[in-house]
Design a protein around this ligand. Sequence first.
Ligand SMILES: NC(=O)c1ccc[n+]([C@@H]2O[C@H](COP(=O)([O-])OP(=O)(O)OC[C@H]3O[C@@H](n4cnc5c(N)ncnc54)[C@H](OP(=O)(O)O)[C@@H]3O)[C@@H](O)[C@H]2O)c1
Length: 311
Amino acid sequence: MRVFVTGASGWIGSAVVPELIGGGHQVTGLARSDASAAALTAAGAQVHRGTLDDLDSLRDAAAASEGVIHLAFKHDIAFSGDFQGAADADRRAVETFGDALAGSDRPFVIASGTLGLTPGRVATERDGHGPGPAVAAMGSGPLTRLATAELVLSLASRGVRSSVMRLPPTVHGEGDNGFMATLVGIARDKGVSGYIGDGSNRWPAVHRLDAAHLFRLALEEIPAGSVLHAVADEGVPIRDIAEVIGRHLDVPVVSVPADEASEHFGWLAGFLAADNPVSSALTRELLGWQPIHPGLVDDLDKGHYFHSWSA
Ligand SMILES: NC(=O)c1ccc[n+]([C@@H]2O[C@H](COP(=O)([O-])OP(=O)(O)OC[C@H]3O[C@@H](n4cnc5c(N)ncnc54)[C@H](OP(=O)(O)O)[C@@H]3O)[C@@H](O)[C@H]2O)c1
């Protein structure tokens, strides 16, 4: 299949591209810089130069493809105070892809997240589609992202084989520069490995290579209008994560009171406080997906997060 991939140069995209090529697909990746274009070429992909804001160009690339995987997101502005701007740009890109693919029966897979689904209860693929306390507590940017995911599912009725891949807050693996690397960096800087309160709140997790495989299965096989959970670990208590980090850095493992969490963890505090257990039983049943790479604690225990050049 000729697949157009946005975010192909990113953390997840750079695992998805070789997974697709290894599966016999031809990949064209969106690249907004020379560096990203060079990385895509080196990975064996074709390059489509442009940004998420070049809607005509995105429309052309989607129309020329036999399927689209949308992974690009403006994390640079989202994590520096303009999540709404990032979510709005994402929405416009998704609307553009929807219009380009309408009536084609071609696959369109987007990345979404599990955070905020059903705190205190294991969330399934059927959750997260309507109002609820967690949704009511979300800011407008995350709400926009949620609405965009619902828009993608609704494209099934317009002849698009659309699906939403919910990713856990940590998509881990060697080279990770995301939440887990940030947590390790905070522990190193503070000289203690912290968790909030009693640390019993849980994060789901998936290895980057297992997630990449699921994106390929979704592209190839998924029925229109499906939600998938790229979740290998259903819920790892944050205290367990802090303990592995403390052991590897040889620093004490400590509870941080909730009212000091922002000062200790900075922007990560809100995410780290979340209780987000998530099942992928329906996804596994639907696609026969079986994660084969290390779970979060085993991956942390492999040691690569603690090399001196890591965050
Ligand atoms: N990683 C996780 O743990 C996680 C968890 C939940 C959800 N997700 C979602 O999964 C998707 C992929 O995440 P990721 O971790 O792979 O993100 P990432 O490493 O930050 O990569 C983002 C990608 O988007 C591209 N991009 C950013 N702004 C762009 C713009 N204005 N125009 C064109 N391309 C642009 C980047 O291009 P450059 O390479 O040129 O910068 C990069 O390829 C995102 O939607 C993310 O929110 C990720």
